[in-house]
Design a protein around this ligand. Structure first.
Ligand code: ATP
Length: 574
């Protein structure tokens, strides 16, 4: 109920269509009331032996034609208007959901499954359409029918009308019982559906690993298990429906039986006419209809609400990397980076960085080195504000990065990562990804600087070659070169290279290194590299150990000191 109310409130932009839809629905429902009335009238005329029966039948027939046409037109208009409002709301909801996801922190994506989130955007959001275009109008139409037909029943014969009410409490009790049980089952059903989508998506993304390790059978078993759980959850929900629906039909029939028996008695004593009984019994099926379909509607509402709640769960999620209320725009910076008493951990138990202090001068190239897992990429991620530190601050040009908009901060930073992600599209589009307005000459110049131009020209359609979803048609080294070109083109004052050349052979790496050295001259560059030969010329090398900084200095200074860096360098040389 809460979910339906929230959706209705949020759809206020489309209220005018929903109201017009409701009016059409009222007209259509009311027009439908005439059919039993017409039959009652005809029966009355026939049993009375009316002399004008033919003329009267024509009048009734023509009016019936009019009401039936009105009913059809009203139903069609209300269906279209409700769908117009609902589908537009779904489009808005999907955009809001997707926009929210785009601004969530990396922490959120680490704890969520991509397939599950995709399912929320693609299918769960569509449940709002079910609520707005089906469930809510159906509820309205049912209430209208129940009240309208109820009033007509009392008009025809109040004694029979009271009699027909006897079964209503039983019908209501059955539907309430059903709705109590159905809602949690639909919730479970939606959850398992999300897990299934997540697993299938994971498996398809990792199909190569699955085949390498011959895990097809095991993965198939996982999917089979989830499919079965999904079917079982669905089956449990349909159990309530399948058991209660025939029960409702039986109780409804019982009500009709009572009316026929009692009505027959009233006819025999002459206190009610045959025509009234005919009309009454016809109205009776209309009267019980809403009560009977109430349970189906409750079930549908439960299912759709569960899907919508999964959408709202994400929309209401509070991101751990939030923008302050009054952020300023960080202009193009000189590029000084300071880590001030910085402490950070992904989870409370294991600290990654503790009380780290570091100043990187604008325009300098600083290398972060240390054993694997020591926190090098974490520092890069903190500078880009993928995470916020638990203590301390990151300052760029003396400004705490939490005080500026994320967009303006990230406009100042380019990042080249070890795992390059290329989007579905052409080589050209992928290089120009961070700067859509770049000219062709600028894109080509960036590709040349990244030593990518030659291999791109050799591709079937050069810069217009389509690359697969994850650039699967390119080698690791080629992908990395495209990603370097992308970063060079962006021309931001801070460049972060996180194992940016790790997928390249020594010769290509040396060539690109030259280009990167050239690009680094004009900007602050943070380099993370395992191959220490590539960072020898850095202005400053920062050696991380444990949860902090063990040493800083130039290559020569650190070698002369003979500490952890000298040891790392010795190992990397061998
Ligand atoms: N999303 C995450 N959730 C929890 N722990 C994480 C997450 N990312 C990294 N860690 C942990 O934080 C620590 C630092 O990781 P980080 O990636 O910064 O190391 P690194 O020095 O860059 O390692 P490498 O040289 O192997 O790339 C590691 O122990 C890692 O397991």
């Amino acid at each position: 109920m809460e979910t339906a109310i929230r959706i209705f409130k949020e759809a206020r932009k489309y209220w005018i269509f929903l109201i017009a839809g409701l009016l059409s629905l009222i007209i259509s429902t009311a027009a439908g009331f005439y059919m039993p009335w017409a039959l009652r009238e005809l029966t009355g005329l026939a049993t009375e032996g009316s002399a004008d029966f033919g003329k009267e039948a024509l009048r009734i027939g023509l009016f019936l034609l009019f009401t039936t046409a009105l009913q059809a037109a009203g139903s069609s208009a209300s269906g279209y208007l409700n769908h117009y409002a609902a589908l537009n709301y779904v489009a808005d909801l999907r955009t809001r959901l997707y926009s929210k996801l785009q601004h969530m922190s990396l922490k959120y994506f680490h704890k969520s499954r991509t397939g599950d989130l995709t399912g929320r955007v693609v299918s769960d959001s569509l449940d709002a359409e079910v609520l707005l275009a089906h469930v809510i109008p159906d509820f309205a139409s049912n209430i209208l029918t129940f009240i309208g037909v109820g009033a007509l029943l009392f008009t025809i014969n109040w004694r029979l009308a009271f009699m027909s009410l006897i079964t209503i409490p039983i019908l209501v009790w059955i539907t309430i019982w059903q709705s109590k049980h159905v809602s949690p089952v639909w919730k479970e059903n939606s959850k398992v559906r999300g897990e299934l989508a997540g697993t299938v998506q994971d498996n398809l993304s990792g199909i190569k690993e699955i085949q390498i390790f011959n895990q097809q059978k095991q993965e198939e078993l996982k999917v089979t298990d989830l499919s079965k759980r999904h079917s079982m959850a669905y089956l449990r929900a349909s159990f309530f429906f399948e058991t209660t629906y025939p029960l409702l039909a039986f109780v409804t029939a019982l009500g009709t039986v009572l009316v026929i028996v009692y009505g027959g008695h009233l006819v025999s004593v002459g206190s009610v006419s045959i025509a009234d009984i005919v009309g009454f019994v016809m109205y009776l099926s209309m009267f019980y209809g809403p009560v009977k379909s109430f349970s189906g509607l409750v079930e549908r509402a439960g299912e759709a609400s569960a899907g919508c709640r999964r959408v709202f769960e994400v929309i209401d999620e509070i991101s751990d990397v939030k923008e302050a209320e009054h952020v300023t725009v960080l202009p193009r910076v000189r590029g000084e980076i300071q880590l001030q008493n910085l402490s950070f951990s992904y989870n409370e138990e294991i600290p990654v960085l503790e009380n780290v202090n570091l100043t990187i001068k604008a325009g300098h190239t600083v290398a972060l080195v240390g054993t694997t897992g020591v926190g090098k990429s974490t520092i890069a991620n903190l500078v880009n504000r993928f995470y916020d530190p638990q203590k301390g601050a990151v300052l760029v040009d003396g400004v705490d990065i939490r005080e500026v908009s994320l967009e303006s901060l990230r406009d100042n930073i380019s990042m080249v990562l070890q795992d390059t992600f290329l989007f579905h599209g052409t080589v050209y589009e992928n290089i120009a990804y961070g700067w859509k307005e770049a000219t062709r000459e600028q894109v080509i110049a960036a590709a040349e600087a990244a030593n990518a131009h030659t291999f791109i020209e050799a591709l079937e359609q050069g810069y217009e070659t389509q690359i697969g979803e994850r650039g699967i048609r390119l080698s690791g080294g080629q992908k990395q070169r495209l990603s370097i070109a992308r970063a060079i083109l962006r021309n931001s004052p801070i460049l972060i290279l996180d194992e940016a050349t790790s997928a390249l052979d020594a010769k290509t790496e040396a060539e690109i290194q030259e280009a990167l050295d050239e690009v680094s001259k004009e900007r602050t560059t943070l380099v993370i590299a395992h191959r220490l030969s590539t960072i020898r010329h850095a202005d400053q090398i920062v050696v991380l150990d444990g949860t902090g900084i063990a040493q800083t200095g130039t290559h020569d200074e650190l070698i002369a000191q003979g500490g952890p860096y000298a040891k790392l360098y010795e190992v990397s040389k061998n």
